[in-house]
Write a protein that binds this ligand. Sequence first.
Ligand SMILES: C/C(=C\C(=O)O)CCOP(=O)(O)O
Length: 136
Amino acid sequence: MVPIRIKGRGISKGSAGGEVLLSEDPISFLGNVDPQTGKIVDPDHCLFGKKIGGKVLVFPHGKGSTVGSYVIYQLFKNGVAPVAMVNLECEPIVAVGAIISEIPLVDGLESNPFEMLKDGMNVNVDGKEGWLEIKD
Ligand SMILES: C/C(=C\C(=O)O)CCOP(=O)(O)O
């Protein structure tokens, strides 16, 4: 199958691929996520109990404390960070966390990722050129 490439805005450079994990809920990295394990620990969050490590994490946008940038960095240092992230519209807390952790991040895709993607699909993300590619 020929990969489908969707253009967006590159926020954090780098290229990575992996399995999609969709979160319809925004994420507050301080409070929603355990920085040691990468597990979502907020029982009110739609990803409660799931691990975000190694995934291409797709979520609308970040929220909450500015400490969230550092939590993303902790996830990276602990080896449990997402390999890439996709936002509908990125905000500065997630942008800074992704950049200092060298996690590719794109937003503003030309097609809505929540209409195109399902959990477990294989995708590539390029945060320098600004695109997401669906491999299967
Ligand atoms: C840096 C902060 C607290 C700390 O050192 O633990 C302040 C964070 O303020 P927010 O309003 O949560 O962004």
